[in-house]
Write a protein that binds this ligand. Structure first.
Ligand SMILES: [Cu+2]
Length: 119
């Protein structure tokens, strides 16, 4: 299954209330479900590990002043790719499939984020 997601182009201090863009494919996932922020700063994901429920959202924020980041996940059951993220930008991902995943950064190979999605 491929999550169809669009990047949200907002400033770092953009509106707190932001709709999750799902393109309609993820109708089974409740809109407005809990969202957690993953900061990308100093070549690290913060936190480095997170447990969420299926249907919840991770918001990947580039909190670095100059560095690009590029979070992605390529697993059999679930994948996403934020593309290159400019400093200050954010990208929401709805984790619609339960499982244990490792999110990587395409630019900084040492950056790893463990995501455990429960049912
Ligand atoms: Cu990075």
């Amino acid at each position: 299954m491929v999550a169809r997601l669009l990047p949200l182009r907002e400033g770092r201090f953009g509106l707190q209330i932001t709709a999750v863009v799902t393109g309609g494919l993820l109708a089974g996932a409740a809109l407005g479900a809990t969202s957690y922020t993953i900061s990308q700063k100093d070549r690290e994901f913060r936190p480095r590990e997170i447990i969420i429920k299926r249907g919840e959202t991770l918001r990947f924020v580039n909190d670095d002043g100059e560095l690009l980041h590029h979070a992605y996940l390529s697993a059999e059951t679930f994948d996403f790719d934020t593309g290159d993220q400019q400093p200050g930008s954010q990208f929401d991902v709805v984790f619609s499939v339960a499982g244990d995943y490792t999110v990587m950064c395409g630019i900084h190979p040492k950056m790893k984020l463990g995501v455990h999605v429960t049912k």
